[in-house]
Design a protein around this ligand. Structure first.
Ligand SMILES: Cc1cc2nc3c(=O)[nH]c(=O)nc-3n(C[C@H](O)[C@H](O)[C@H](O)COP(=O)(O)OP(=O)(O)OC[C@H]3O[C@@H](n4cnc5c(N)ncnc54)[C@H](O)[C@@H]3O)c2cc1C
Length: 512
């Protein structure tokens, strides 16, 4: 019955199947109830008395990659915490599944509903900044505020968000917290566990945890808000966030280096750490396949090399983007220039370029931040976001490339490697002509076994969502999984929150 209103899924696309847990069927009376306290423009339902055609719910039912397709018939867009609370309380009483959704830029299918009876709560209209304390740097905002909007606001106050990622124009701070997003600045400011000071959360029974305290120190018992950071909407709906924002650095420098091989990356990274120390704010790696997918193969890619490096015939190799942020321009520039000169004289750097103004700085970042989007344009993408020791990155990539070459019969077109080298977080985008069961079976669980054999994590920053829920045992012990289930059951005894994601109930088909 869940698939009755759905379009046929293209081959390899995951039509999300419902869980065996006994959740209720959404009915017209539920929509009628929502309409008693929500204006009709905040209720988008294809089920009567809603009047939104199912097709118009497609953007809420489809993930950023077009890989996961759900079939929810009801999307609610609350403006206040009270409205979220009333929605969730009703769903709890009725036993309806609830899927919290932010900017829907997640890459593991976590924000996509699994079945036609799940209610999507999209936080996009909860987009008010609640306050900013200039002396402490504590920002308090609705969960639906877009990351870039918050950063723009903070810039006017002389501060900056402690995280930055390619999806910043769409992802929301509530989604960032719920996925414990990492991104480009983590090497400098640490994870959201370090920066989020408090949360306001609607629990699965509709009660509200008012935890927006904004204190840096508070050791009065369990640090509950940490449980919601990275919970991917399985424990409650985050409606408000308090977080610590660092001061904006007046001096930001960006350099792009072309290195001959991966061994050089390791050598240079060590020098960056020791010689740039406190001003190092990002170190991003991308290989030549990533360069080619963004800038074009052949002559097109070479032309960009000429523009960026100002030289003809730059040899292929691998790339590093290095950002420094500090408070004394002359000091930072002197430190960076000295190091770059040293590196250019040595064997590990072929050529490099230092951004001279804001335009060049933005252009350089595009080369790195555009990789995910360029892969999406090049084909259908299987994404692996893993933590492995940086000494193993090349080995992991080459092992995968060899397997693709040998076994995919040409279906795998590119294996693109890039990542946050400062955090040991490697991203692998496997670009194929189509989503295909045969390719998926070639890649999974092979990739996860490979990562586990290196003592890594199968999800460095994107979470488990639906893609990796059944593979959790590659990164967590049975006892850890049992404890996670205990927490899930204590917070959400009816299992209504984001069903089928992260920790699956025992007997849900795969015994993780
Ligand atoms: C181009 C691109 C680049 C990216 N780069 C990075 C990167 O560098 N680092 C990184 O970590 N990620 C990255 N991502 C992944 C994604 O942007 C992040 O996971 C982001 O934090 C998701 O935020 P969102 O608002 O889009 O959440 P969604 O995709 O809407 O949801 C993600 C998960 O969080 C839950 N959720 C969302 N909002 C709430 C809420 N208010 N309360 C409770 N649960 C909620 C959802 O149920 C779902 O499980 C990238 C994605 C893209 C498309």
């Amino acid at each position: 019955m869940f698939t009755r209103s759905l379009r046929r899924a293209p081959p390899g696309v995951r039509r999300l199947a419902s869980l065996p847990r006994a959740l209720s069927t959404l009915t017209s009376s539920d929509i009628e109830h929502f309409l008693t306290f929500l204006p009709s423009n905040q209720v988008q339902a294809s089920l009567s008395p809603g009047s939104t055609p199912q097709d118009e719910l497609a953007s809420y039912n489809t993930d950023w990659m077009g890989k996961y397709i759900g079939g929810s018939r009801c999307v609610l867009r609350p403006r206040t915490t009270e409205e979220v609370s009333r929605i969730v309380r009703h769903c709890y009483e009725r036993g309806l599944g609830v899927v919290p959704q932010g900017g829907n830029t997640g890459l593991v299918g976590g924000g996509v509903p699994k079945g036609a009876d799940e209610v999507v709560i999209n936080l996009g209209l909860m987009n008010q900044i609640r306050g900013f304390n200039a002396s402490s740097g504590v920002l308090t905002a609705d969960a639906g505020c877009v990351l870039q909007t918050l950063n723009t606001f903070l810039t006017t106050k002389g501060h900056v968000m402690p995280l930055d990622l390619g999806a910043k124009g769409s992802c929301q701070i509530g989604g960032n917290v719920s996925t414990n997003a990492g991104g480009l600045r983590m090497v400098r400011y640490g994870s959201l566990h370090a920066n989020v000071l408090g949360l306001e959360v609607v629990m699965p029974d509709g009660r509200v945890v008012h935890g927006l305290r904004g204190l840096r120190k508070d050791n009065t018992g369990y640090h509950l808000h940490h449980l919601f950071i990275g919970a991917e909407g399985t424990l409650g709906v985050v409606t408000g966030v308090s977080l610590l924002t660092p001061p904006l650095s007046p001096s930001v420098n960006l350099a792009l280096l072309r290195l001959p091989d991966y061994a050089s990356v390791l050598a240079v990274f060590g020098q960056l750490r020791s010689k740039l120390g406190e001003i190092l704010s990002a170190v991003e790696y991308f290989d030549h396949t990533a360069w080619a997918v963004v800038n074009g193969d052949g002559e097109a890619g070479k032309e960009v090399e000429r523009q960026v490096f100002g030289a003809d015939d730059v040899p292929p190799g691998v790339n590093l983007i290095i950002e420094t942020s500090g408070s004394v321009r002359e000091h930072d520039e002197a430190k960076l220039s000295l190091l770059l000169e040293e590196l250019l004289e040595g064997p590990h750097v072929l050529t490099g370029s230092l951004a001279q103004d804001e335009t060049q700085l933005a252009r350089m970042w595009e080369l790195r931040e555009g990789i995910a989007e360029a892969c999406g344009k090049a084909g259908k993408v299987y994404k692996y976001d893993v933590s492995v020791p940086i000494q193993e990155w090349e080995n992991v990539l080459e092992t995968l490339r060899a397997r693709a070459e040998e076994k995919s019969g040409g279906l795998i077109e590119r294996v693109v490697g890039f990542g946050h080298i400062g955090d040991g977080n490697l991203h692998i985008n496997v670009v194929c002509s189509r989503y295909d069961k045969q390719i998926e079976q070639l890649l999974e669980p092979f990739m996860f076994e490979l990562v586990a054999s290196k003592k890594g994590s199968i999800s460095a920053e994107h979470g488990l969502g639906v893609q990796k829920a059944k593979y959790i045992h590659y990164s967590k012990t049975p006892l850890e999984i049992e404890l996670m289930r205990t927490i899930k059951n204590a917070f959400d005894p009816k299992g209504i929150m984001n069903p089928g994601k992260v920790v699956l109930p025992v007997g849900a088909g795969v015994d993780n």
